[in-house]
Design a protein around this ligand. Structure first.
Ligand SMILES: Cc1cc2nc3c(=O)[nH]c(=O)nc-3n(C[C@H](O)[C@H](O)[C@H](O)COP(=O)(O)OP(=O)(O)OC[C@H]3O[C@@H](n4cnc5c(N)ncnc54)[C@H](O)[C@@H]3O)c2cc1C
Length: 318
């Protein structure tokens, strides 16, 4: 297999998800990466473990628009003879992958949660039927394109620096027709739920939007990020960007604290790969206890503030 990974970057950093996909591809026998942007030459060294990183550095690639990136990838796939191109799920990556699939008449599998090499070819795994079963998927032609679900793979902690190669930028006329008029960034303090080592999540058991303060306080004390279930997002208690689950984001922090969350399958699929899951729920029969490492049967209004107090006391050294 000759694998190329799309190294999406924002704010001078290659995205954690892309580095995770790279690490997985490297473990399957090696992979190269491609970075497209303006003034991005120095980013290549972040792609530890990649054999080679193609850098397409051009002012025309400044805005995170998909079509010019499709041109870059199509050329790199051809120049480098790649038979597999992998992406970490994001809005931009999905657009680029779809455009590349159309351009190269290639098959695209998405929402992959595992990758294996079998008999010299790639086999992906993806959830189906509302995430209740996993199915293996393959490709009937090359190049194979795959989008990996967010938060599936961790970046490698070590690995050599890649060889950096310049990718010639030749953009099609139709690829430069769209221009970026404005970009708005969501105000965010602290780490995002996908990057945080600790995630404290709130569910309907909190009883109302005002009680999210309990979850926010605990997250702050632990240095973590706040997440939510779909039930509370749909109710307008918390923003969609924090929703964990099948129709939200997938997270795999070191610690996931679930406060007043029942543990529905659609929520579980977004957080089950967390290292340690702690659940606080007043119903001893709540499904979340079936996949928690530590369960506290109790009222969130009593347990969570007490826990916050204890964390603060411990951090304060007392
Ligand atoms: C197609 C589809 C996609 C979906 N996608 C998602 C998704 O991406 N993410 C997601 O989260 N859900 C998703 N859902 C919804 C999912 O099925 C559940 O409805 C949702 O996860 C439930 O959220 P919850 O745990 O906050 O609420 P509930 O299921 O109502 O659970 C609340 C829990 O709080 C406990 N509780 C109540 N009061 C207290 C208290 N005072 N102290 C302690 N515990 C208390 C209760 O015992 C209960 O277990 C999806 C559903 C469908 C059909």
């Amino acid at each position: 297999m000759a694998t190329l990974v799309f190294l999406e970057h924002h704010g001078g950093e290659i995205q954690k998800g892309a580095l995770g996909v790279l690490a997985s591809a490297v473990s399957l026998g090696g992979a190269d990466g491609v970075i497209a942007g303006s003034g991005v030459g120095a980013l290549a060294t972040q792609a530890k473990g990649a054999g080679k990183v193609w850098v397409a550095d051009d002012p025309a690639l400044e805005a995170p628009l998909p079509q010019p990136r499709v041109d870059v990838l199509a050329k790199v796939v051809q120049d480098g003879g790649y038979d597999t191109v992998l992406f970490a799920a994001s809005v931009l990556a999905a657009d680029v992958a779809a455009g590349l699939a159309a351009r190269l008449d290639a098959g695209l599998n998405w929402d992959l949660v595992d990758l294996q090499q079998r008999d010299g070819t790639l086999v992906g795994t993806r959830p189906a039927l509302g995430d209740s079963v996993y199915v293996e998927v393959g490709w009937k032609s090359e190049p194979r394109l795959g989008i990996v679900r967010a938060g599936t793979f961790e970046p490698a902690e070590s690995g050599g620096e890649p060889e950096v190669v310049s990718a010639g930028v030749e953009l099609e006329d139709f690829s430069t027709r769209a221009t970026m008029l404005e970009q708005a960034h969501e105000e965010q303090t602290g780490p995002s739920i996908e990057d945080a080592d600790i995630v404290v999540a709130g569910g309907r058991g909190l009883g109302g939007p005002e009680n999210f303060a309990l979850v926010e306080d605990l997250a702050k004390a632990l240095g973590g990020a706040v997440a939510a279930t779909r039930a509370v997002v749909d109710a307008g208690w918390y923003p969609y960007s924090t929703q964990v689950g099948q129709t939200g984001r997938s997270v795999s922090p070191k610690l996931y604290v679930a406060c007043g969350i029942s543990g529905a399958i659609q929520h579980k699929v977004g957080m089950q790969s967390s290292n340690v899951i702690v659940a606080i729920n007043k119903d001893a029969n709540a499904p979340i206890f079936e996949f928690s490492d530590l369960g506290v049967v109790g009222d969130v209004h009593q347990v969570v503030p007490r826990l916050t107090e204890l964390v603060r006391a411990r951090k304060g050294g007392s």
